[in-house]
Design a protein around this ligand. Structure first.
Ligand SMILES: Cc1cc2nc3c(=O)[nH]c(=O)nc-3n(C[C@H](O)[C@H](O)[C@H](O)COP(=O)(O)O)c2cc1C
Length: 190
């Protein structure tokens, strides 16, 4: 399985780092790209060079985000699934509008037309009506909107564990096999 990971200029670069690590841990081939703003945010939030996202074991194939002839841009050579993490409202709007003018917008467009899983992890607050309408349009077109909205019910003890609650759900929706997700069960005293 191949997953195309697009990292955009929203806060939450740690979600992209964790997602690329998790894909490698599951033996998934990873293609990736990032926008110029995402590169700045990766440096600022993680003190990492963008190419080091996912760690040394990740074996990521990187593409320039303006390379419209890269494999993810074509229905005949695209990945099996695509993850936009974190997803800015700017990129979300471009995908919703069908602009297909960057590698990310085009690859997302391809996923939708080829009926392949497209999982977007938006991060913005509060949301305006344009954001909400764009999310509705994307959901109607078949994308999965999976907000960077971690859960707390298994009492995460660190930021990494909190982040993993979102990334794990994203992997499930991408169709990655054998993802071990904690399942909610009510405590015995309830
Ligand atoms: C430090 C920083 C944090 C940002 N955080 C967010 C965010 O959480 N969500 C968002 O939608 N935009 C955020 N933005 C704005 C986007 O980066 C901006 O709209 C950009 O044009 C998005 O382009 P891109 O999607 O091509 O990266 C942030 C910008 C900066 C500089």
């Amino acid at each position: 399985m191949t997953v195309f990971v697009a990292v955009t200029g929203a806060s939450g670069a740690i979600y992209a780092d964790r997602a690329i690590r998790a894909l490698a841990e599951h033996g998934v081939e990873t293609w990736a790209t990032l926008t110029p703003t995402a590169a700045d945010i990766v440096r600022h939030e993680l003190s990492l060079a963008p190419g080091d996202l996912g760690g040394a074991d990740a074996r990521v194939t990187w593409f320039a985000c303006d390379d419209l002839s890269a494999p993810p841009a074509s229905g005949s050579s695209c990945a099996d699934a695509m993850l936009v993490v974190p997803c800015s409202m700017g990129t979300l709007g471009r995908i919703a509008g069908g602009a297909a003018d960057t590698l990310i917008a085009r690859a997302a467009d391809v996923c939708l037309k080829e009926r392949k899983p497209l999982v977007l992890v938006p991060r913005e607050m509060p949301l305006n009506l344009i954001h909400l309408r764009n999310m509705t349009a994307l959901t109607e077109a078949g994308a999965i909107l999976l907000p960077a909205s971690p859960h707390f019910y298994d009492r995460p003890a660190s930021i990494e564990e909190l982040v993993a609650t979102v990334v794990g759900r994203a992997l499930v929706h991408l169709g990655v096999p054998n993802v071990d997700q904690p399942r909610w069960s009510a405590p015995p005293d309830r």
